[in-house]
Design a protein around this ligand. Structure first.
Ligand SMILES: [Zn+2]
Length: 67
């Protein structure tokens, strides 16, 4: 049984109370998990995890998504 995707509202709530947010990150969780937005908190819908999802050391950033 696959865990149901958490809703955006749930992930936003989690981000707002997370250590990542305290460290100055947006920290919204990726819908598929495994990544958190490491941009500064922002108003646009483009989220990027600069540390996860890179396929090589030369990639400037990793997982990127919009919601
Ligand atoms: Zn973000």
């Amino acid at each position: 049984m696959v865990t149901a995707r958490r809703s955006l509202a749930e992930r936003i709530r989690e981000a707002k109370t997370s250590a990542g947010r305290a460290a100055g990150y947006c920290w919204l969780a990726h819908p598929d998990g495994g990544a958190h937005c490491t941009r500064r908190p922002h108003e646009d819908r483009r989220h990027v995890d600069y540390y996860n999802g890179r396929t090589s050391h030369t990639d400037t950033h990793g997982t990127e998504w919009t919601e």
